[in-house]
Write a protein that binds this ligand. Structure first.
Ligand code: CO8
Length: 257
């Protein structure tokens, strides 16, 4: 399938999606949203793919929603088409998604990175929610997800002043899981995704679901949910294979990948 705004490839068991609107620093418009969702859903359905990486260019992961597309939009247009609600489909993907971020991840770009399961940042990454400088506010999860990632004080700082956060600060406050040299970003992200894809896919998907559940529930309910899912794993061949392989000092050969 040929796409206009993204490049879609497979590397071993990893699906790789690269945002490709260099003339607009990968700004997100409706076409990007539709194509990304379609590519993600294809990877979700593809038994040969166990994990996904979403990335941009060295200069920009994505510099936000497309300001040129939004400039003329009226309230009724935005409301009736439920502008950008289509991105929510991304959060229904059950396979893990890693954001590999170099350069600018601003506005919708930062929000897109936060919709992934974790973020690996290059040393030149810059995160920000600069919508306030355009007379608006975050609309794709920035006020909610950023607050859960970094806490109220930093989220308020970012959303109200519009300032950017560098990779070092982003790692320090928990927005990103690790920072790597720019030249190593793709390799590190593909390596992490490849590792995930080598494990039992149902176990990986259940772990992802359990971590995500912690955002939506109380600690007591979350712990109960985790224990129930953990118990259910004893119905998987892969539990038996994983534990047997450990005892036999060999590499497990997971059936469900
Ligand atoms: N939208 C459209 N075009 C963009 C965007 C963008 N977000 N960002 C950059 N571009 C374009 C520029 O217009 C320019 O195009 P041209 O050459 O035709 O003039 C090209 O990309 C290169 O950009 P610059 O010349 O500005 O590059 P610089 O290196 O000088 O600056 C910056 C880089 C600092 C990243 C700068 O481009 C910038 O500030 N960009 C805008 C960042 C921003 O404000 N982002 C937030 C957008 S609003 C948003 O994301 C809301 C999300 C929620 C929507 C959900 C609704 C429900």
């Amino acid at each position: 399938m040929a796409y206009e705004t993204i490049i879609v490839e497979t590397r071993a068991r990893v699906g790789l999606i690269t945002l490709n609107r260099p003339q607009a620093l990968n700004a997100l418009n409706t076409t990007v949203m539709k194509e990304m969702v379609e590519a993600l859903q294809d990877f979700e359905a593809d038994g040969a793919v166990g994990a996904i990486v979403v990335t941009g260019s060295e200069k920009a992961f994505a510099a936000g929603a497309d300001i040129k597309q939004m400039q003329q939009m009226s309230y009724i247009d935005a409301y009736m088409e439920d502008f950008f609600a289509g991105w929510e489909a991304m959060t229904r993907i059950r396979k893990p998604i890693i954001a590999a971020v170099a350069g600018y991840a601003l506005g919708g770009g930062c929000e897109l990175a936060m919709m992934c399961d974790f973020i690996i940042a290059a040393e030149n990454a810059k995160f920000g929610q600069p919508e306030i400088t355009l007379g608006v506010m975050p609309g794709m999860g920035g006020s909610q997800r950023l607050t859960r990632f970094v806490g109220k004080s930093k989220a308020m700082d970012m959303c109200l002043t519009g300032r950017m956060m560098d990779a070092e600060e982003a790692e320090r406050c928990g927005l990103v899981s690790r920072v790597v040299p720019v030249g190593d970003l793709h390799e590190e992200a593909l390596k992490a995704a490849g590792k995930i894809a080598s494990f039992s896919l149902p176990a990986v998907m259940m772990a992802k679901e359990a971590v995500n559940r912690s955002y939506e529930t109380t600690l007591a309910e979350g712990l109960r949910y985790e224990r129930r899912v953990f118990h259910s794993m004893f119905a998987l061949d892969d539990q038996s294979e994983g534990m047997t392989a450990f005892i036999e000092k060999r590499t497990p050969n997971f059936r469900h990948r």
